[in-house]
Write a protein that binds this ligand. Sequence first.
Ligand code: 2RA
Length: 348
Amino acid sequence: KEINVAILGASGAVGTELIELLESHHFPVANLKLLASGRSAGKTLLFKGQALTIEEVNEGSFKGIDLVLASAGGSISKAWAKTIVSSGAVMVDNSSAFRMDPKVPLIVPEINPQAAAEHQGIIANPNCTTIIMAVAVYPLHKVQPVKRMVVATYQSASGAGARAMEEVKIQAQAILNQQTPTAEILPYPLAFNLFPHNSALNELGYCEEEMKMINETRKIFGDSEIRISATCVRVPVLRAHSEAVNLEFEQPFPVKKAQEILASAAGVKVVEDWQKNYFPMPIEASGQDDVLVGRIRQDLSHPNGLELWLCGDQIRKGAALNAIQIAELLLQENLLHPSKTVAVSVGQ
Ligand code: 2RA
């Protein structure tokens, strides 16, 4: 049965990837509506060879729509959630607006697909750094629960949007031309530089990006006890995030066992050639569905510790692909309707 789909935030880096994935996954789309707020309305994008015009989102935009894929930022998702759900559509939201709402499942299909059945009209897509890390860590966690994890991220410019990807190239050009790079979209010059993620800091000195990794991982794993610390950094890479992950278990976790588990884990590809010192790189993760994992090795500082190095495409598995996989899950489980009549209380 084909369904009517709307993409809210169609012109962004994730929005355009959603369109490409709907096509390449042969998602059963009867009609596709492209929506955006303000400045993007009027642009046209191709879907199945047909030019579709982006419309300005309004009260009537969601009439007759079955599925809304939202990736226009938290304030837009919050502003339109009630209209979307009361129009009878299900919203897969890529923003952080509802991720920690107890009424909203936070889904990585390889990890907690069953949680999708509880939705009341909204399903949240986790933050890219969380998805990329969780896909690689969960297969190990299932075999032996992770007691503590410490993550350092090396995040691509794409996480700050398509315009940030353009800006870092312009900054690099300036430097190569012996000029001073400017930063309008990015908070600071990123070319030949890096800086701690510039999301808001809390009173403990952690930024929102780091707190997302801590809180979202616990919700996805269904484990409020797991101890997590994170340091998130923006690096001069275009569209794939990299992460150094240290895991501590109750007992030693043999490296060979970890390698075998990850070699057969869904959504993961082990990339390790120890003789050539060849391991995951963001330029090779870009455009791929799988999270690349390598440098799987014993933590020399702790008998029950394990070290991983991973790279994943921030726009794809980090956002658009995971959202499409959630949509495919909803279709196959016949969940494209709220699990109970929604008093539209979600997200208040
Ligand atoms: C970032 N994860 O990379 C955030 C938003 N996509 O900045």
